[in-house]
Ligand binder design. Structure first.
Ligand SMILES: [Mg+2]
Length: 186
């Protein structure tokens, strides 16, 4: 008999939100259709179109209310719900062509910024457990703690084992003139 219980290390899978959406969305779709034939890309495209229509219908109702016209109403929560439905169905459609929505969005957004000469850029979500990202975050945190130590007049603690204590000490201590501990070699 096969032991299907995942190892502890497998139970916590670092992933971005969009990666989680793709995984759970796919699982739910499979559970939803059961043994039925796969719907295919045209169904998913039609479903996305339907959700975009529902979103626009909510916008229409909100606009109707803003103008004081009679007719049915929608709430801001309906707007949020339909935005969510659009994202969920866009992911289902993108999956058909194996599109990584995060990577594609970053690539397209930044290409448009380049094209029109604007500085705004997107970057990938740091994934907990990603060695490079975690290391970079750790280095930034150590740098911040070191600067706090300097401002608080504390001796640098390379181990930074008591980050909370250091921050508490920093908050409790009077601010220095900005030169910081060690600026003069002390
Ligand atoms: Mg909907």
């Amino acid at each position: 008999m096969t032991d299907a219980t995942p190892l502890a290390s497998e139970q916590i899978t670092p992933e971005t939100f969009l990666a989680q959406l793709r995984r759970v969305n796919t699982d739910r779709y499979q559970a939803w259709i059961g043994d039925a034939d796969d719907a295919g890309i045209l169904f998913d495209a039609a479903e996305l179109g339907g959700e975009v229509g529902e979103l626009l219908n909510v916008v229409k109702k909100l606009e109707r209310e803003a103008r004081g016209w009679r007719g049915s109403r929608a709430a801001p929560e309906d707007f949020a719900d339909e935005c969510a439905d659009v994202l969920i169905c866009l992911d289902k459609l993108a999956r058909r062509m194996d599109v990584d929505l995060e990577a594609a969005t970053i690539r397209k957004f930044n290409a448009t910024s380049d094209k029109v000469g604007l500085p705004q850029r997107l970057s990938a979500t740091p994934v907990p457990g990603d060695q490079d990202a975690s290391q970079a975050q750790g280095e930034r945190l150590r740098e911040v703690i070191y600067r706090y130590q300097c401002d608080a007049g504390l001796a640098p603690d390379d181990a930074a084992a008591d980050a909370d204590g250091i921050v508490e000490a920093y908050l409790a201590a009077p601010r220095c003139d900005g030169a910081g501990w060690g600026a003069d070699g002390g």
